[in-house]
Ligand binder design. Structure first.
Ligand code: ADP
Ligand code: ASP
Ligand code: MG
Length: 471
């Protein structure tokens, strides 16, 4: 007889996995198949694909005085949600479920009107609007599961996940959240039972809705898994697990069967959208295995992410790309040996609220260069010019300049550590295509090597380097 695991399972379905009647039907099938095999299943759901974008766009337009945008968004969302309700929610429950969806759409109109009157959309207001997407999808998914005989109930994430008030990218309070998870979520779990929770959203201790950042449903699932704790977390998405490159950019990309937490953390940080970068930390600390699987190909290849694994020396597992970046360069002969230039540089950048993605310094100490999101370039350069006004006047610093339109290409693999010759292979592959490397950086972990190249070379660089993952 198959043994039932001792701990529950947490599964998360992404926007595409619940974005149409066929997709949600598939998700329901997957949950129905798993539910009897666990002592409880928590299903974390994203909003229907495109919903969060539509909500935020409407809110921003409303704040600009475009009241019609909200009505249009409402209509578009109504159509998408109605298609799912009609296909998957039985007529007997549909009126009640639809009333719930309408209540959220009503809230959208009310918040939109308030934003038009105020002429602004505050981060708090935007979170209230963005949260509506997951709240609507939970209603549909719970009803669709029940319709297929699954013992499902909904629980709002604002009941269990407590965060600070950093709207748009709130930080969880783990102790407070754990208490609530144990009080409000764990007691509902039992064999065959499914609790459906909206991803992405949480609340402050006072109950004001927050969000965890775009793509944050993965993070919600990881947090709930760590707090319960769960046996495993499965992330159901629209590709066959974590792949050697974004399959939209590199069609030859293959699924990576096993990855370490460190490898996947680097991948996520350096742009592999398949997992939100914050997802890894809670599950590493609780040592919970994470699987990434394809909703549309549930028996196909998938990725298992675990703590330890055998390392194949020299192996490069994956390549990622981050676009729309700028390189900022602080340079001058007078910087040579002057202590504190780096500290002052990064203090000035931090003062603008910009996060630096990569740093490299030439050994001559005559320049510091670093990479920031392209849209922050202007304010970063101004802040540095102000911070170093005296040095610039004295010509100790020649200038602060920015190079627009660069990308970071990152190669990831634990096997690169202590393996000589990796850099040679990388530069060889790029050199053969005549691709110029503007800067290079390797983290102390040696699990990743990042290269800065021009936006114009981005695709060619990916294609030139991808064969290195096939060893
Ligand atoms: P979800 O809505 O399920 O969270 P996302 O769109 O956030 O899905 O993430 C899945 C997408 O991530 C894929 O469709 C793929 O285009 C992209 N992606 C980027 N890098 C990778 C990679 N290395 N492996 C797999 N998918 C990747
Ligand atoms: N719906 C949210 C977003 O689009 C969260 C998520 O899908 O993970 O960002
Ligand atoms: Mg995602």
């Amino acid at each position: 007889m198959a043994t039932v695991p001792e701990r529950p399972l947490v599964m998360k379905f992404g926007g595409t996995s619940v974005g149409s009647p066929t997709a949600m039907a598939q998700a329901v099938d997957i949950v129905r198949g798993e539910a009897p095999r666990w002592p409880g299943v928590v299903v974390v759901t994203s909003a229907l694909a495109g919903t969060t974008d539509a909500l935020l766009r409407a809110a921003r337009a409303a704040a600009q005085g475009d009241a019609a945008a909200v009505r249009q968004a409402r209509q578009q969302l109504e159509e998408a949600h109605w298609a799912v309700a009609q296909a998957l929610v039985p007529a007997s429950d549909r009126a009640e479920v639809w009333a719930g969806v309408q209540k959220h759409l009503e809230t959208l109109e009310n918040l939109g009107r308030a934003m038009t009157v105020l002429g602004e959309a505050t981060p708090r207001g935007l979170d209230a609007v963005a949260a509506l997407g997951e709240r609507m999808s939970v209603l549909l998914l719970t009803a669709a599961l029940r319709a297929q005989g699954v013992d499902a109930e909904a629980l709002d994430a604002t009941e269990v996940l407590v965060t600070d008030a950093n709207f748009g990218a709130a930080h969880p309070d783990l102790d407070a959240s754990r208490q609530r998870v144990h009080r409000r979520l764990a007691p509902r779990l039992r064999p065959g039972r499914v609790v459906v929770v909206p991803g992405f959203i949480a609340a402050t201790p006072d109950g004001i809705v927050t969000t965890l950042g775009r793509g944050g449903s993965d993070y919600s699932a990881a947090l709930l898994a760590a707090l319960l704790p769960a046996a495993e977390v499965w992330i159901w998405t629209d590709v066959d697990g974590v792949m050697s490159a974004d399959p939209r950019l590199v069609p030859q990309a293959h699924t990576i069967p096993v990855l370490s937490y460190r490898e996947v953390a680097e991948l996520a940080y350096f742009g592999a959208k398949v997992l939100h970068p914050k997802t890894i930390r809670p599950v590493v600390e609780a040592d919970i295995p994470l699987r990434v699987r394809n909703t549309f190909h549930p028996r196909g290849p998938s990725t298992l992410i675990v703590r330890e694994r055998e390392v194949t020396p020299g192996q490069i597992k994956a390549i990622t790309l981050i676009r729309d970046l700028s390189m900022v360069i602080v340079e001058g002969r007078g910087m040579l040996g002057v202590p504190g230039v780096a500290a002052r540089t990064f203090a000035a950048v931090a003062g603008t609220g910009t996060s630096v993605l990569l740093i490299s310094q030439a050994s001559s100490e005559q320049s510091i260069c670093f990479i920031v999101p392209g849209r922050t370039q202007g304010k970063v350069v101004s802040a540095l010019e102000e911070a170093f006004a005296a040095e610039i006047a004295r010509r100790d610093i020649d200038r602060v300049r920015a190079l627009e339109g660069v990308v970071i290409v990152t190669l990831v693999g634990e096997g690169m550590r202590h393996t000589p010759g990796i850099a040679g292979r990388v530069f060889g592959a790029l050199g053969a295509q005549g691709i110029n490397v503007i800067a290079i950086a390797q983290g102390a972990s040696e699990v990743a090597i990042s290269l800065v190249v021009s936006e114009a070379d981005a695709r060619r660089a990916l294609h030139a380097l991808h064969p290195l993952t096939e060893n």
